[in-house]
Design a protein around this ligand. Structure first.
Ligand code: MRU
Length: 349
């Protein structure tokens, strides 16, 4: 899989700092940033220098482990207090992707039984590393399951970037395309540009083209026309949080694609790891939806495109009701409907 390996990793642990690929600068510049302070990690997540639910979780985990290396106390009780404070700070960077909270809480839990500060410091780095290693395996497995739903020659629409750089590697919704390439199966990807931040135009096309995968870019309002004229065979998207009933938050525009897919009789798939499933959130109505800076809408590439003072609504995510989701593809298999019982069951496999 030489092509995939040419795509840089989004996050790397380097003992004294974390290196991230600055996704704000893609596709024009491949810039790496060294995050040394907790505030740098918070800022990188909040400003989308690192983004995508699993990659946010991995970065936050490394960020917390990094901060903890510098705690000066010898008291494990004091150490736990400091860790909790930094956990809460990083948890405030973005509200929707549950992987952020999942990863931070995994780190806090990993030192529940440690008795010394030195042991705790080592345990945190190990746990953060494990989260990244596991995510790569998880994404590959999701890709295998997702690929089983596609056939040679299929034309598949996606939105945002649920790819290699949004995860440890492979991606979730994009994983089947890397595996198809590896196996010589021909799939054609249609990437919706994903206004306002353009993750589809800037990131998905960039990473798929690097891997030599056929990709065609469309603007978001071309989806219906593309489904009809290009005879789209399926839609596949990632997720930021899946509620206990299967309602799924993902990048703004996803809900619209699900409605269109239903109208055209096309399957609509969500690909996500178990770390994105939040059984504590009962329905989509309970998922906090991030609203971002109005400038993302009033400006394009730094240039104002709307009148000064215009009212703006800028939700970064929407919720697709479970009835519109043909299947949810996870590392534990594919579930179709009956999500309220099928989702909790995945955690017992
Ligand atoms: O605002 P972003 O770019 O972090 O939003 C990302 C998405 O909506 C992705 O589809 C989702 O996180 C899945 S990434 C495998």
């Amino acid at each position: 899989m030489a092509e995939l390996l040419s795509i840089p990793r989004s996050v790397e642990w380097n003992d004294t700092h974390i290196t991230i690929l600055n996704q704000q600068k893609l596709p024009f510049q491949t810039e790496y940033l060294e995050l040394k302070e907790l505030a740098d990690v918070w800022d990188a997540i909040a400003t989308l220098k690192v983004r995508g639910a699993p990659a946010i979780g991995i970065t936050a985990a490394y960020g917390l482990a990094l901060a903890a290396q510098r705690y000066e106390t010898d008291s494990i009780a004091e150490f736990r207090k400091l860790l909790q404070k930094d956990r809460d700070y990083l948890a405030s960077s973005r509200p929707t992707a549950v992987n952020l909270f999942w990863a931070l809480d995994r780190l806090v839990a990993s030192i529940a039984h440690t008795s010394s500060v030195n042991e705790a410091k080592t345990a945190l780095v190990h746990e953060a590393t494990r989260i990244q290693v596991e995510d790569e395996e998880t994404c590959r497995t999701i890709g295998e399951y997702a690929l089983s739903l596609f056939q040679d020659g299929d034309r598949i629409l996606t939105i945002c970037n649920a790819g290699s750089i949004a995860t440890a590697r492979y991606g979730t919704a994009l994983a089947p395309f890397y595996l198809a390439k590896e196996k010589g199966i021909n799939l054609h990807v249609y990437a919706s540009e994903t206004r306002p931040v353009l993750q589809g135009a800037r990131l998905t096309t960039w990473e798929l083209m690097q891997a030599g995968i056929d990709v065609t870019l469309i603007t978001d309002n071309m989806a219906a026309q593309t489904m009809r004229t290009k005879r789209i065979t399926a839609v596949i998207v990632g997720a930021d949080r899946i509620a206990a009933n299967g309602d799924t938050a993902n990048k703004i525009g996803t809900f619209g694609l699900a409605l269109l897919a239903k109208a055209f009789g096309i399957p609509f798939y969500v690909a996500a790891p178990l770390s994105t499933i939040d059984l504590a959130t009962k329905t989509g109505q309970d998922i906090p939806i991030e609203e971002r800076n109005p400038e993302e809408v009033t400006h394009l590439a730094g240039m104002r495109i709307a009148p000064e003072g215009v009212n703006v609504y800028n939700p970064a995510f929407d919720v697709t009701p479970h009835e519109l989701i043909t299947a949810i593809i996870t590392e534990k298999g594919i579930i179709r409907g009956n999500y309220e019982t099928a989702l909790p069951a995945l955690f017992n496999i």
